[in-house]
Design a protein around this ligand. Structure first.
Ligand SMILES: C[S@@+](CC[C@H](N)C(=O)[O-])C[C@H]1O[C@@H](n2cnc3c(N)ncnc32)[C@H](O)[C@@H]1O
Length: 325
C-alpha cells in the first residue's frame, strides 16, 4: 500500500511538466535576502541581458515597435475595463494577500504585493503632503493618475488639499470618477495626454505636481510631459518613477537597467531634469517595487521662481541616496 505522499511523488515522475512547475513554484516562494536572492538576480541577468541587447539592435535598425500614447491608452482601457469597484482599501492597495516576488526594504523576496503597494502609496502621499506643507489651500495635480488611487488616499488623509488627476485612458478616468464618487471624495479627473501641450482650465494655480509610474510608460514622449509638469508646478514637482540611471551600482541595479531597456520603459529622466537646469533637491532610490527590478526612484524638484523650463542657471546635481543596498 503506497501512502499519499509517495503517490504524489510518483505522479510527479510520471508527469515531469507538473513536477517542474511544482519545483519552480517552490523555488519562487523561497526567494529571500541571502543566497536565493543572489541566485534569482543571476538568473534574471541571463534573462534580461539578451533581451536588452535585442531591443537595442531592433531600435537601431528601426524595427522595434515602440510604446506610444495610443498603445498605452488601449492597453490600460483593456485592463481597467475589467476592474470592479471594491471597498476603499482593496481599491487603493489591491486584494489582500496576492504574494509575488517583489522588491521590499532593498531586497528581492516573496511577499504580498498588496503590502508593497500600501508602502508605496503611503510614501507617495506623505511626500506630496510634505511638499504642500505651509501652503494655504494647496492644489495638487497627478499626471497619469490611472485609477486615481494615489489621489484618493491623499484626499482621504488630507481633505484640505484640492486634488486633480490627468489621465490618458478614458476607461481609467471613468473608473476613477465612479470610485471617487462612491468613496465620497471630491477629486477631479480629466482625460488628457500629458505629453502634449496642455491647456488647464481649473481656475487656480497648481502648487505641486507629481507622477507615479506614469512617465515610465512614455519612453519616447516623456520630455513633453516633463515640460508640462515643470511649467504647471508652482512650488514643487515630484517624480516616483523607475529611473535606471539612479539605480544602485550593484548586480540588481544593472539587471534593473537592462530590463528598462528591454521592456521599453523610461530612460533619461534625471539627465533631462539636469539639462533643463532644474533645482533638484533630492534623489532617492526607495528600495521597493511591485516587481523586483522596477525599483521606484523619488526625485524632488523645486519649481518656485522658475519662469519656464530651463530658465535657471547651472544645475545642482544632488547626491543619490540609496537605502538598503
Ligand atoms: C502604471 S500606471 C500608474 C497609475 C497611477 N499613477 C498609480 O500610481 O496608480 C501608468 C498610468 O499612466 C498613464 N499614462 C501613460 N501615458 C500617459 C500620457 N501620455 N498622458 C496621461 N497619462 C498617461 C496610463 O494610462 C496609466 O494609467
Amino acid at each position: 500500500m503506497i501512502d499519499w505522499h509517495w503517490r504524489r511523488r510518483l505522479a510527479g515522475v510520471r508527469h515531469p511538466r507538473r513536477l517542474a512547475a511544482r519545483l519552480k513554484a517552490r523555488a519562487r516562494h523561497s526567494v529571500a535576502p541571502g543566497p536565493t536572492e543572489t541566485a534569482y538576480v543571476l538568473m534574471s541577468l541571463g534573462k534580461w541581458l539578451p533581451r536588452a541587447a535585442k531591443a537595442i539592435i531592433l531600435r537601431r535598425i528601426g524595427r522595434m515597435r515602440r510604446r506610444t500614447p495610443a498603445t498605452v491608452s488601449s492597453s490600460y482601457d483593456n485592463v481597467r475595463g475589467r476592474v470592479r469597484l471594491a471597498d476603499f482599501d482593496e481599491f487603493v492597495f489591491g486584494k489582500p494577500g496576492d504574494p509575488e516576488i517583489v522588491l521590499s526594504d532593498g531586497h528581492i523576496r516573496w511577499r504580498s504585493r498588496t503590502e508593497v503597494r500600501r508602502i508605496e502609496r503611503e510614501h507617495v502621499v506623505s511626500v506630496v503632503a510634505d511638499a504642500c506643507a505651509g501652503i494655504r489651500a494647496p492644489v495638487v495635480l497627478e499626471v497619469g493618475s490611472g485609477t486615481g488611487a494615489n489621489l484618493m488616499l491623499l484626499s482621504r488623509r488630507h481633505p484640505h488639499i484640492r486634488a486633480i488627476g490627468l489621465e490618458l485612458s478614458p476607461v481609467s478616468v471613468e473608473l476613477a470618477r465612479r470610485a471617487a464618487a462612491s468613496f465620497g471624495l471630491a477629486i477631479e479627473f480629466q482625460e488628457a495626454d500629458v505629453s502634449r501641450k496642455l491647456v488647464l482650465d481649473i481656475g487656480q494655480p497648481v502648487d505641486v505636481v507629481f507622477s507615479c509610474h506614469a512617465l515610465e510608460q512614455m519612453p519616447d514622449v516623456f520630455s513633453g510631459a516633463l515640460d508640462n509638469v515643470l511649467a504647471i508646478a508652482g512650488s514643487e514637482a515630484v517624480f516616483f518613477e523607475p529611473v535606471g540611471e539612479c539605480y544602485p551600482k550593484s548586480m540588481r541595479g544593472l539587471v534593473g537597467r537592462l530590463r528598462l531597456i528591454a521592456v521599453d520603459y523610461l530612460n533619461g529622466l534625471h539627465a533631462a531634469l539636469v539639462d533643463r537646469g532644474t533645482e533638484i533637491t533630492s534623489v532617492r532610490a526607495l528600495g521597493f517595487g511591485l516587481t523586483p527590478f522596477n525599483e521606484t526612484v523619488e526625485i524632488r524638484v523645486r519649481t518656485v521662481g522658475m519662469d519656464s523650463p530651463g530658465s535657471l542657471g547651472s544645475p545642482r546635481i544632488p547626491r543619490t541616496d540609496q537605502p538598503g543596498i
